[in-house]
Design a protein around this ligand. Structure first.
Ligand SMILES: CC(=O)N[C@H]1[C@@H](OP(=O)(O)OP(=O)(O)OC[C@H]2O[C@@H](n3ccc(=O)[nH]c3=O)[C@H](O)[C@@H]2O)O[C@H](CO)[C@@H](O)[C@@H]1O
Ligand SMILES: C=C(OP(=O)(O)O)C(=O)O
Length: 454
């Protein structure tokens, strides 16, 4: 291994090449530290825009999505500085009113977070330019719920620009909003907009992911009044002003689940420091049913392959508290080694099994049903676009030349290659650093055998 991540200003990291050569067969053993969640820290950074005073965010992961949000905040006049404590950011929004939007387009395309700038910018500036969005290409990923909600608050949305231009000539007022589906991003959009709108907002069919609850906690620290009711109802009473916050980000449960799968797939043993049981309960149940071992500790969770054969499972991805869609890809690699037929129903996105093609090239037996398996007994009501993957195992995996298609698919390709017999060449690995901090350092520390190419 001759590769080290090298942090750059702006929270992004680069490696000299974008392809790694992996020699499979080494169990991953050791400890990894998981810091703040990509799906919380980035939104917490946006929330800082709403405060009249600076915010302090702790445990911010060194991932490229954080770099994108940081760049966008800086374009809008937010002073972002790193404290001496690793992972601690100071976000000072005092100069937002005097800044301008000149370079927003240059920052477009690699993250979904820019859409969450709408409400805060409308409150502070009366208008917002939002660049085209990025994020993983795992379905259409429309933003209609976001725009409908913003219109309900009184925003005028103009899509004739590259990206979107929003104005609020009469300010933003509370709204009565029912989401067609408990979208994470749209729920966050409503929260970040309603906290400073005049009057009360009632949001029904809200997402209640742990990252959303952590965002609610942050907003409460800032002075917001948000009541989370049973049955996915959230009331937000708008306030005149918000201050900054000091907050430690919730840990990244998706990264934790990925390393858990890596331990199982490679017959390894990984202590995931920072992982917490409460936010992983659904994952832990499935991990146990597949045959994985785990020990819960105050500081983290140890995940390991306890020996014996792995067992097949049927799972359906779902909104919280269901099985998270971002957990299925690394687990599918483990299921290729289970003794029997597993089924994964993907109900959140319509195109999230692209990564299985590479696994099949490596020897897996995975059949994707693009329209799902209609007659299969199901817990979650069918959405009209869902897919199902039927995985028959165990199938030994062998090395192959593969290309990372998206964030979680990329992690699963790497762990498949690490468990395979022989050598694999995995290209487009830079994409993995969108959501996995110091990924290559961590792999090296766990004993992975790989080199960078190029
Ligand atoms: C940065 C971030 O936090 N990303 C997470 C977030 O994505 P994101 O917030 O984009 O995901 P959503 O929960 O909004 O999307 C869920 C479903 O709703 C649909 N939809 C969403 C918005 C909309 O306006 N119209 C619409 O049709 C989507 O196409 C998808 O089918 O939640 C997903 C579901 O837990 C996770 O996989 C992502 O890791
Ligand atoms: C789909 C994901 O993220 P994003 O919404 O940022 O594309 C993910 O984290 O797996």
């Amino acid at each position: 291994m001759d590769l080290k991540d090298s942090p750059k200003a702006g929270g992004t990291v680069t490696i000299p090449g974008d392809t790694i050569v992996i020699r499979g067969g080494n169990p991953l053993r050791g400890r990894v530290d998981v810091r703040g969640a990509k799906n919380l820290a980035t939104k917490a950074m946006v929330a800082a825009l709403l405060g009249e005073t600076p915010s302090v965010l702790r445990e911010v992961p060194d991932i490229s999505d954080v770099g994108v949000v940081r760049g966008l905040l800086e374009v809008h006049g937010v002073l972002v500085t790193e404290s001496e404590t690793p992972g601690e950011l100071l976000l000072d929004p005092s100069n937002v009113e005097t800044a301008h939007f000149a370079q927003v387009d240059a920052l477009a395309s690699s993250s979904r977070i820019p859409i969450l700038f709408c409400g805060p910018l409308l409150h502070r500036l009366g208008e917002a330019f939002i660049p085209d969005l990025g994020g993983c290409r795992i379905g259409d990923r429309p933003i209609d719920y976001h725009l409908d909600a913003l219109r309900a608050f009184g925003a005028i949305v103009d899509k004739s620009y590259e990206g979107i231009h929003l104005t609020a000539p009469n300010g933003l007022h509370g709204a009565d909003i029912q989401l067609p589906y408990p979208s994470v991003g749209a729920t966050e959009q409503v929260l970040l907009t309603a906290v400073r709108a005049t009057g009360t907002t009632e949001l029904r069919n809200a997402a209640i992911e742990p990252e959303i609850m952590d965002l609610v906690a942050i907003l409460q620290k800032m002075g917001a009044i948000i009541t989370v009711e049973p049955n996915r109802v959230i009331f937000i009473e708008g306030v005149d002003r918000l201050t900054g916050y000091t907050h430690r980000s919730l840990f990244d449960r998706n990264e934790a689940a990925s390393w858990a799968a890596a331990a199982l797939v490679t017959h390894g043993d990984i202590f995931v420091a920072g992982a917490r049981q409460a936010q992983l309960m659904t994952f832990l149940n499935v991990f146990r049913k597949v045959g994985g071992g785990f020990d819960i500790d105050e500081d983290g969770i140890r995940f390991y392959h306890p020996g014996g054969e792995l067992k097949p499972v049927t799972i359906e991805t779902d909104v919280h508290p269901g099985f998270m869609t971002d957990w299925q890809q690394p687990l599918v690699v483990a299921l290729t080694q289970a003794n029997g037929v597993s089924v994964v129903h993907e109900t959140v996105y319509e195109n999230r099994f692209g990564f299985t093609e590479a696994l099949n090239e490596m020897g897996a037996n995975i059949v994707v049903h693009p329209r799902g398996l209609p007659d299969y007994p199901r817990r979650v009501a069918r959405r009209d676009f869902e897919q199902a993957a039927v995985i028959t195992g165990p199938t030994p995996l062998h090395g192959a030349d593969i290309r990372v298609p998206d964030l979680r698919g990329g992690f699963s390709h790497v762990i498949a290659a690490l468990s395979a017999e022989g050598t694999s060449r995995v290209s487009n690995v830079d994409l993995i650093r969108r959501g996995y901090e110091h990924f290559f350092d961590k792999l090296a520390d766990l004993g992975a055998d790989f080199d960078v190419e190029g």
